[in-house]
Design a protein around this ligand. Sequence first.
Ligand code: PLP
Length: 392
Amino acid sequence: MDIHTKSVQVPDLAWPQNSAVPPLYQTAAYAYHGIEEADRVFRSEEPGYTYTRGGNPTTNALACLIADLEEAPAGVIAASGMGAVAAAILALQPTPAPIYVAREIYGGTVGLARRILEPLGFAFTWIDTHSIDQVEHALAAGGPGVVVLESMSNPLGRVCAVDEVIDRAHRVKGRVVVDNTFATPYHARPLSWGADLVVHSVTKFIGGHSDLILGAVVGTEERVQKASQVMDLVGMTPDPFASWLAFRGARTMALRMERASANALGLAEALRHVRGIDEVFYPGLATHPDHAQATRLLKNGYGAILAIRVARGRAGADRLARSLRLVPFVPSLGDVMTTISHPVVASHRDLTPDEQAAVLIDAGVLRISVGIENVGDLIEDFKQAAAEVDHA
Ligand code: PLP
């Protein structure tokens, strides 16, 4: 079934009163008429829920939909993308072991690995996923552990040979978590490349409206069950209302991504030779270092994120940002509206300047999360804002 068809389907979970869509079960717990009945549900002999921290029908509907979109056997929802990343790592590796983190990865994931997992005994190692030799060498030296990488990186849209990295990790009995937030299931299905678990910040494109914080983990029943247990016992469970909002958003994810990624390509092409913008990074451009890899691995286009290097560094980037009329600065992404962010100030602020330089980020780089507006309006707005950079 095509993803556009799949995303509007409602899981057949027998909603009460024939509700056409999952109702909002805004409840902390579930009432029973007797001890025996409750006991059967606690023992999973009867279907049902006992306490929302461990499960909720609205949240479960969202989990089923995202698992379907990812073509995964199972899924579970966390209170945030970070919750999902943490639960996925701990589900695959509950005891201290090496943790191999791709150089191009969300700053929060680096923070989790360094500030929470490393003090617990996980040995932190950077890996350069663009060099299979380096990955192989690091894994051989460090031994089995967990590799964490993104199917498309923030903010430069780098795409490595994810399938090969997974293969090398499996050869040394390692496990791999792939963060598919930027690519979304519209463009990538990392489980088909062999990923052990796939995670999302649902906050972004799946939710799609900048109005909630949620995460998801998808994979096999057994692994998802382990992630679910971590979420339950550490307390990463979402509020049902956020799940309800995200379910509503997820049903248009494919349609939004189709439009937003076409817009991103149009904007990237249009900004390539604009004075005030020194460089445009978008995996759909032939000039992007990973264009061939992205073309091999991604489907339906190249995603909705592009980055530009503005002339005159931080002052130029600030001037361009302040001159945009349609595009606000928002330190997030994935909204229906186009937004910009500044990695050095926002998403990558925890990296040292050397680490930022290693992933080609400097103070002139702006990330653009492209929305579903008319692309002509966006191009015009960016062009007039770029013309202001000379006055920075
Ligand atoms: N993964 C990626 C790629 C992200 O960009 C983010 C947040 O920006 C996260 C995970 C964390 O998600 P959340 O903010 O929903 O916790």
